[in-house]
Design a protein around this ligand. Structure first.
Ligand code: PMP
Length: 287
C-alpha cells in the first residue's frame, strides 16, 4: 500500500503517499501505542464522521495518548485528505500514535504524538461473500477481559489476535473468524460485530469486552424502527446451531450475510439481505 500515487495528511501537512513514513524506533511500532479509525465516505459524506473522530479521541485517552487535535480538527483533516486525493467514495483511516522519544523504554509520556489520515478506494470487504454469505472459521483466540486490555478502544494492540485469527481462517478457505470471549461467549469477528436471528427476533452479543461498533448501533436502530425485537445478551457457542440467519456489521464490512460458521449453516435469508439493503440505503442517503 505504500507504493502508489496520492497524498496522506500527516501532522497537518499533505505528504506524497510514498514519503509518508515513520522512523523504525517509533514507540508505536515496538509497543503498540497506536489507535485508529476505519470510516467510509459515500458521495463525499463520511457516515457518522464525528462519532468516529470522537471514538478516536476516546481510544487515545484510554491509551494515555494526549491528543492536540479536537474532533473539529480531525474532521478538517479527513476532509482535506479526501479533497486532496479527489475521492468521494472511499475508506478513511485516521491513526494516532506515539513517535520516537528520548529513550526506547516502555514509558512514552515524553514521546511526541502524531496523527495521520489516509484515504483510499476500498470495495466490498468480504468480496463475493456479500451476496453469497461469508464462511467463518472459529478462532482459537479469545477476546480478552476488560481487566486485561482497554477493550472498547480501537487500539492497534488489540488487533494481533485478529490478524492471527484471520490468517488461520484464510488458510482454511474462510473469509473471517468468529472469536469467543474469555468466558467462552460468542463475541465478534476480527473486524466486525455479529448478529443472529431466531423465530423473527434478532440476537446479538452484549458488547462488554469488544468494540460496540457504530455499524452495530446503526443496525440495531434500523431494526428497532421496523419493530424487530433485538436481544443483546450473552450467547453460548452451542446456541449457534439454533440460529437461522446471521450477518456481520462493520464500517468496512457494511452488512455482510454469513452462510457458515465452522460446521453450522445459516440461510442468506430475508432478514440478513433486508438489513444489508436498508443499511446501504441509509449510508447512501437515499432512503
Ligand atoms: N469489531 C472490530 C474488532 C472492528 O475492528 C470493527 C471495525 N471497526 C468493528 C467491530 C465494527 O465497528 P464499526 O461498526 O464501528 O466499524
Amino acid at each position: 500500500y505504500d507504493d502508489r500515487d496520492g497524498v496522506i495528511w500527516m501532522d497537518g501537512a499533505l505528504v506524497p503517499w510514498r514519503e509518508a513514513k515513520v522512523h523504525v524506533l517509533t514507540h508505536a511500532l515496538h509497543y503498540a501505542s497506536s489507535v485508529f479509525e476505519g470510516e467510509r465516505a459515500y458521495g463525499g459524506q463520511i457516515f457518522k464522521s464525528r462519532e468516529h473522530s470522537q471514538r478516536l479521541l476516546d481510544s487515545a485517552k484510554a491509551m494515555d495518548i494526549p491528543s492536540r487535535w479536537t474532533v473539529d480538527d480531525i474532521e478538517q483533516a479527513k476532509a482535506t485528505a479526501m479533497a486532496a486525493n479527489g475521492l468521494k467514495d472511499c475508506y478513511v483511516r485516521p491513526i494516532m500514535w506515539r513517535g520516537s522519544g528520548e529513550d526506547m523504554g516502555v514509558a512514552a509520556l515524553l514521546n511526541p504524538v502524531h496523527l495521520a489520515v489516509a484515504v483510499w478506494e476500498w470495495g466490498a470487504y468480504y468480496g463475493d461473500a456479500k451476496t453469497q454469505g461469508a464462511k467463518l472459521d472459529i478462532s482459537k483466540w479469545k477476546r480478552p477481559s476488560p481487566e486485561t486490555i482497554p477493550c472498547h478502544a480501537k487500539a492497534a494492540g488489540l488487533y494481533m489476535i485478529c490478524t492471527m485469527s484471520k490468517h488461520a481462517a484464510q488458510a482454511k478457505g474462510c473469509s473471517d473468524a468468529l472469536m469467543f470471549d474469555y468466558r467462552g461467549y460468542v463475541a465478534e469477528a476480527t473486524g466486525a460485530n455479529i448478529f443472529f436471528t431466531k423465530d423473527g427476533k434478532v440476537h446479538t452479543p452484549t458488547p462488554d469486552c469488544f468494540l460496540n461498533g457504530l455499524t452495530r448501533q446503526t443496525v440495531i436502530d434500523l431494526l428497532k424502527q421496523k419493530d424487530v425485537e433485538v436481544i443483546e445478551r450473552h450467547i453460548m457457542p452451542d446456541e449457534l446451531e439454533s440460529f437461522e440467519q446471521c450477518w456481520l456489521t462493520g464500517t468496512a464490512a457494511e452488512v455482510t450475510p454469513v452462510g457458515k460458521i465452522g460446521d453450522y449453516s445459516f440461510d442468506v435469508g430475508p432478514m440478513a439481505v433486508g438489513i444489508a439493503n436498508e443499511y446501504e440505503r441509509l449510508v447512501r442517503g437515499n432512503r
